[in-house]
Design a protein around this ligand. Structure first.
Ligand SMILES: [Zn+2]
Length: 341
């Protein structure tokens, strides 16, 4: 069966189903550095809305594999075994994210996820240009896309990407049409944290090509950059705003989540990830973000942002102190495996 590639910014369907309402939200992209871990000035920050006007012919997709949880569609001759292997990766990462987040209501999470496994050309077309530096995209509550590289290699960073994108799927499903009330640096930061936690949990971290680079990059973050992310990376539209550095924005969001876990109020909230998941579930029920956040973390989001920026400022030039207790602490001195080719 052939189908058109779903638009990542499909118009809202007039329905009360929260996940359908969430489909109007712009796509979530996971950025990876494109030339080592220097600030990637040309990191992709594309406006997926432009796709709406793209005149390019739709990519033809066909279903390769389907079970109750995952449907694999592709624009190429993916073998059944390759598709099954991708489906298994999605299902395992989905279970990991559910366990880590401790959602109290898992009912919305059982619906089938459609995963587009795309050639470079198909992935470029989805993103409206060169997709280099984009590891995965979540289009809506039921649909995500990954490049086909992950069918032909064993790279722990692919597991990272899948756990990241599945986190967005779960947020869309739990937060529904109110998910936009949750700052994008929180959504991306939680997704990035879960993504990075996954290869570590799978004990693949010694072979992971990016954890050391992310640690290095976050060690160099300045207080001014952290402030900029808190101020200007707040809405889904900000993800594709011209001039933003998608990699820095997302990883700074992840550092914020790790700050909540390790530093907030002195000792941090060790269960910050499930607490943030509960915030999103509460927001999905119509509770204001500020109220849902304060209920879990004891301070307002604004107070937490100020404390976060202060912590980054106070630890400028002290990467080991900054990352102590965070998911990246063990990788700070990792060799630069991402050296520019
Ligand atoms: Zn993301």
């Amino acid at each position: 069966m052939s189908l058109r590639i779903p638009s990542p910014v499909a118009a809202a369907v007039p329905t009360t189903a929260p996940e359908a309402q969430a489909a109007a939200t712009p796509a979530r992209i996971r950025h990876v550095p494109v030339d080592g871990f220097q600030p990637a000035s040309h990191a992709p920050t594309r406006n997926l809305n432009q796709l709406q006007g793209a005149a390019a012919a739709p990519t033809r997709l066909h279903t390769v594999f389907s079970d109750s949880l995952v449907k694999i569609v592709s624009d190429e001759n993916l073998s059944l075994d390759q598709a099954k292997a991708v489906a298994k990766k999605i299902e395992d990462a989905n279970a990991f994210d559910i366990a880590q987040q401790g959602w109290t209501n898992t009912k919305p999470l059982g619906k089938q996820i459609t995963v587009e496994v795309l050639t470079k050309a198909g992935f470029d077309k989805l993103l409206g240009g060169d997709s280099t530096g984009v590891a995965g995209v979540t289009m809506d509550a039921n649909t995500m896309a990954v490049p086909d590289d992950l069918t032909s290699r064993q790279n722990p960073d692919d597991d990272d990407t899948i756990a990241h994108e599945v986190s967005h799927v779960q947020d869309f499903r739990e937060g529904g049409r109110h998910l936009d009330d949750v700052p994008i640096y929180v959504q991306e930061g939680k997704a990035y944290s879960l993504g990075d936690m996954y290869p570590i949990a799978l004990k693949e971290d010694d072979k992971d090509p990016v954890l050391g680079g992310i640690a290095d990059s976050l060690g160099k973050l300045t207080g001014a950059q952290a402030q900029d992310v808190m101020d200007h990376y707040r809405t889904a539209a900000d993800e594709s705003a011209p001039g933003r550095n998608g990699f820095r924005d997302e990883t700074t969001g992840a550092l914020y989540i790790q700050f909540l876990k390790t530093r907030l109020g002195g000792a941090g909230k060790s269960d910050a990830v499930p607490r943030m998941a509960q915030v999103i579930a509460d927001v999905g029920k119509g509770i204001k973000y500020d109220d849902a956040f304060k209920k879990q973390f004891g301070v307002t989001p604004k107070e937490s942002e100020a404390a976060f920026v202060k912590y980054v400022k106070d630890t400028e030039g002290k990467p080991a102190e900054r990352l102590k207790g965070t998911v990246w602490a063990p990788y700070l001195k990792a060799p630069p495996l991402f050296a520019a080719a």
